[in-house]
Design a protein around this ligand. Structure first.
Ligand SMILES: Cc1cc2nc3c(=O)[nH]c(=O)nc-3n(C[C@H](O)[C@H](O)[C@H](O)COP(=O)(O)OP(=O)(O)OC[C@H]3O[C@@H](n4cnc5c(N)ncnc54)[C@H](O)[C@@H]3O)c2cc1C
Ligand SMILES: *[C@@H]1O[C@H](CO)[C@@H](O)[C@H](O)[C@H]1NC(C)=O
Length: 496
């Protein structure tokens, strides 16, 4: 009944969500006022607000880029102050109510920023405050990168953030952060100088290297295990106009793209140059979406010539603002379908390996076509071997800085929820197949960590945090002994 009512009022968007969580909606009383939600609404200040199913803010709050990452919660709450988050954590913690924290809603794993309990949407933390003297910017945890780039553009500076449109600052930065500027300045975590954190006990702290070095490093890759971040302070860097954009190639050009990508990844050493080759399977055909980036108005001759020479289907490459480059990629083309990411970290991209990547895309694209596959994609993201050497600070992820592993991304999208398991199995099988192949090429991958923002749910914590895991469990015991954050989804570090 509830679903029919909701569908009638909100149309197609809810249709995508409705298959996951009809039960929780049905169990609410007629006015939708769950007692825990009501308790929260009674205790928080007027800066914050609780919304219920049927209200448009509620639907915006629980929405995700991948529909499979959404659930119907009992209510959503938009906190407006850190103190109110402390109050909310107190209530969900003492009543053991499952909850979620959502930033930009780009989690690729089901349940990581969704819940059938209390959904916390960070959208009211939307400040961008640039400080020229310290060359840093304070960024609210409810923002997406596009908003940060736009606010910084008039100042001629930028941060090390997301590469395509719509990705949230918070989840991205709490997991690691591979950026167009990573070859120059490292991961996003390497550029964080302070966190405003609501700890699991409800207290609010400014966490820096000096104030609490252990927690500061734990927040760099530790996800939502140590509390809720309201604001990040990030280093800024000068930003000129940039060069790049999207080229698409059809199936008949793939061999040439493979050669160009392998050559780029082994030969180009200019840290301002970066690219992503997305080997896709779409509508029964393989093809490539090629993103090029140069951190300057034009690249030196030679850097991207091999790609520019290949006959293309479409091409949108030019000198432009950083924001224009970020919004030029079609990252929302598959938004609203079901989806899953996984990763197979490697040390490099040989032509043989890239041919195997193409074969994987065709193999799984054809096999899963009968299971409602809409898009199969392997994102080859080469970085310089020095990508992790831009900081001497420790981080939860990556656990070691001695080897510059590359986070090859697998992305499968489909429409029918009945096949969720088949897609999860397939992406796992494909990642392990590619890992075996890289090992058979002689790559030494024993210590290769899997990037938490790409890893499929269920990936063992050892595979993400490596030798850091024991220290992170000890930190967890100090910061969150009652495991309040364990009521939220994600890669969960247990207190030990
Ligand atoms: C289209 C697309 C492009 C991407 N591009 C890149 C890329 O270029 N480089 C890269 O490194 N990654 C990339 N990613 C992966 C991205 O880093 C993750 O999806 C990341 O989790 C997104 O953050 P979010 O805030 O949007 O996600 P959310 O789904 O909102 O949150 C993700 C996780 O972070 C937690 N979280 C969110 N906010 C807070 C908070 N304030 N305090 C504590 N915990 C919080 C959530 O509880 C959840 O566990 C991309 C993903 C997509 C879908
Ligand atoms: C293509 O991929 C499939 C699935 O991983 C594998 O079984 C097959 O051997 C591959 N074929 C080639 C030619 O590499």
């Amino acid at each position: 009944m509830a679903i029919v009512f909701v569908l009638h009022r909100f149309g197609a968007f809810v249709l995508l969500l409705s298959s996951v969580a009809s039960a929780s909606v049905a169990s609410l009383d007629r006015r939708g006022r769950d007692p825990i939600c009501k308790q929260i609404a009674d205790k928080i200040s007027s800066a914050s607000q609780v919304y219920y199913p049927g209200q448009s803010k509620y639907f915006a709050d629980i929405k995700h880029w991948a529909s499979s990452s959404s659930q119907f919660s009992k209510c959503s709450v938009e906190p407006g102050t850190a103190a109110d988050i402390g109050i909310i954590l107190g209530i969900v913690g003492s009543t053991k109510t499952p909850f979620a924290v959502k930033g930009g809603g780009h989690a690729s794993n089901p349940g990581f920023s969704s819940t059938e309990g209390v959904h916390i949407a960070m959208t009211r933390f939307s400040e961008v405050s640039y400080d020229k003297d310290s060359q840093t910017v304070q960024v609210g945890a409810g923002l997406v990168w596009d908003q940060v780039y736009e606010a910084l553009e008039p100042h001629g500076v930028n941060v090390v953030g997301g590469r395509v449109s719509g990705v949230g600052v918070a989840g991205f930065t709490l997991g690691g952060g591979y950026s167009w500027k990573t070859n120059q300045y490292g991961l996003t975590v390497d550029t964080v100088t302070a966190y405003e954190l609501v700890k699991p006990d409800g207290s609010v702290a400014r966490v820096t290297e000096d104030s609490d070095p252990e927690l500061f490093s734990g927040l760099k890759g530790g996800g939502n295990n140590f509390g809720i971040v309201t604001q990040f302070t990030l280093k800024t860097f000068p930003q000129t106009r940039v060069w790049g954009g999207l080229i698409t190639y059809t199936a008949d050009q793939i061999d040439k793209v493979v050669d160009a990508a392998a050559k780029f990844s082994s030969e180009v050493t200019d840290p301002k140059a970066s690219m992503i080759s997305a080997f896709n399977f779409l509508l029964g055909q393989p093809g490539v979406s090629q993103l090029l980036f140069y951190d300057g108005p034009s690249p030196p001759p030679g850097v991207f010539d091999d790609f520019l020479k290949i006959p293309h289907l479409t091409k949108d490459v030019k000198t432009r603002s950083f924001l224009s480059l970020v919004t030029s990629s079609p990252s929302d083309a598959t938004a609203g379908t079901r989806g899953i990411f996984h990763s197979a970290p490697v040390l490099g991209y040989s032509p043989t390996f890239l041919k195997a990547v193409v074969n994987e895309s065709v193999h799984w694209g054809q096999k899963l076509a009968f299971k409602s596959a809409s898009f199969i994609s392997y994102d080859v993201e080469p970085f310089l071997p020095s990508l992790l050497t831009h900081t001497s600070s420790r981080s939860a992820y990556p656990p070691s800085r001695s080897t510059g592993f590359l986070p090859l991304n697998l992305y499968f999208a489909w429409t029918d929820a009945h096949f969720d398991g088949a897609f999860h199995d397939a992406v796992r099988a494909s990642a392990s197949h590619l890992t075996e192949l890289a090992i058979s090429e002689g790559q030494s991958l024993d210590a290769a960590p899997i990037y938490p923002n790409y890893a499929i749910f269920g990936t063992p914590l050892e595979s993400i945090y490596g030798s850091n895991l024991a220290a992170l469990q000890g930190l967890k015991a100090k910061v969150d002994p009652e495991n309040v954050m364990g009521l939220a989804g994600g890669f969960k570090i247990a207190p030990k």
